[in-house]
Design a protein around this ligand. Structure first.
Ligand SMILES: [Zn+2]
Length: 431
């Protein structure tokens, strides 16, 4: 493997001079409302934007429909009933000139639905304040995508011919437990010796990530108004018992499980009770008892934990309680509302290369971390021979109002990508 020595100062000057260009690309992308609203999604204009950009960078590009991928729907990891009409994946590639290792950058085109914020009142009309770019998708993951495009642009401008193949994919339907877009790329055979996923990791190299699953749990009683003295059973009290049990499950689990986040803190898998619902405001029911009380809950797990283990651990609590006297006269049932996303981890020499480059930017040893979120890396690590490492920008409020990305971190990210690409893929000797 030949090694090219990039002149640090040249590279630094080049990326710094590209700041406006980078910001322009990111603004354009955030303005494209590529929202994922299951079962539908509006990624097409984003995919066309990226296809156009990649063509301009001399990549061979193809937009392909998920329905054209043989074996996708029958794959064990395919999940759900989503509509993929007019939602193509993008695959772009550039052949290497020799025997180098191949590298794939894997991004997702979709964003979660936009929410008006204090700074970005319209989440698709991005705002820049104090080095932060606000808008839906700025952090997750159009910022990282812009850094990848900038890295590719450097290679093109400098005429650097890589030995290994360089490829890029932008998938649809990653958010909200989609993942079928990433699976499609794997089933289709778009492999590489390693992949980088630019999900936001605060410039930390993550060779593993958390998993999780969301359930909807319902407690059903007998609602109404007891005019005739009939016996009613309020499910809200039953749910209150369940919620207490979930809280103690969480406290107990957090004593047993932990991991180190990209900010260096020890954290435990989250149990997020995100929604509770009972009763209503139907006329005449102001003093009535509801029939049903429902919660939605996201339960995280560590890399390596199986669905069976998580299900028996968490649902075991619910099953046990539902047979206890506190829940007498009530029925408890539950359903999955997302696919199970396993946590995954990978071992690839690419991690070491990325870590060296990242530590150069940090100016100190920072180590590798577990990304504290579920993402599509598991499709690579569990269902393909392409190991995936997660490395993306600094930012906050992904999926929330006023999502932002730190622009300087994107400049640093582009530099890390450039040096890692050159070192991983190799260049013709003599340069
Ligand atoms: Zn993401």
């Amino acid at each position: 493997m030949s090694k090219v020595i990039l002149i640090d100062q040249d590279l630094e000057n080049w990326v710094q001079n590209q700041r406006d260009n980078l910001v322009k690309m990111l603004l354009e992308m955030v303005c494209i409302p590529s929202e994922n609203k299951p079962p539908n999604g509006n990624e097409l204009p984003m995919q066309k934007y990226l296809e156009n950009a990649l063509k301009g960078l001399d990549f061979a590009t193809e937009l392909y429909a998920l329905s054209d991928v043989d074996g996708l729907r029958t794959h064990q990891a395919f999940w759900g009933d989503r509509n993929y009409t007019d939602r193509p994946n993008l695959y772009a590639s550039k052949k290497g000139t020799g025997e180098g290792r191949s590298l794939l950058f894997a991004v997702h085109a979709d964003v979660v639905p936009g929410i008006p914020g204090k700074t970005a009142e319209d989440p698709f009309q991005p705002v820049i304040i104090g080095g932060r770019l606000y808008g839906r998708g700025a952090n997750d993951m159009k910022g990282g995508t812009a850094a990848v495009l900038l890295a590719f642009q450097y290679l093109q401008e400098k005429g650097i011919n890589l030995l290994g193949d360089l490829s890029f994919e932008s998938v649809v339907d990653e958010e909200m437990g989609g993942a079928n877009g990433t699976l499609a790329g794997r089933v289709r055979g778009n492999r590489a010796d390693a992949a980088i996923i630019p999900e936001p990791t605060n410039l930390r190299v993550c060779a593993s990530h958390m998993g999780g699953v969301a359930w909807r749990i319902a407690v059903r009683g007998k609602g109404g108004m007891g005019f005739g003295g009939e016996e009613l059973r309020n499910p809200v009290y039953g749910m209150a018992h369940l919620i207490r049990a979930i809280e103690s499950y969480q406290n107990d689990m957090q004593m047993r499980k932990s991991f180190v986040t990209p900010t260096g803190e020890s954290q435990s898998p989250a149990v997020v009770l995100s929604m509770i619902q009972a009763g209503g405001f139907e006329p005449g029911m102001a003093d009535g008892i509801p029939d049903t009380c429902m919660i939605e809950i996201w339960v995280e797990c560590l890399p390596g934990e199986s669905f069976a283990a998580l299900e028996s651990e968490f649902m075991g609590v619910i099953r046990t309680l539902s047979t206890q006297p506190e829940l007498a006269g009530l029925e408890v049932d539950w359903e999955l509302i997302t696919r199970f996303i396993p946590g995954s981890s990978t071992e690839t020499p690419l991690t070491t290369i990325l870590l060296q480059q990242a530590e150069e930017e940090w100016g100190m040893p920072v180590g590798t971390y577990t990304a504290p979120f579920a993402c599509d890396a598991f499709m690579f690590n569990c269902h393909s021979d392409t190991p995936a490492v997660i490395l993306g920008p600094v930012g906050e409020n992904a999926h929330a109002a006023d999502e932002f990305v730190d622009i300087e971190s994107l400049i640093k990210l582009a530099k890390i990508y450039i040096t890692a690409i050159v070192e991983w893929c190799g260049v013709e000797s003599g340069r």
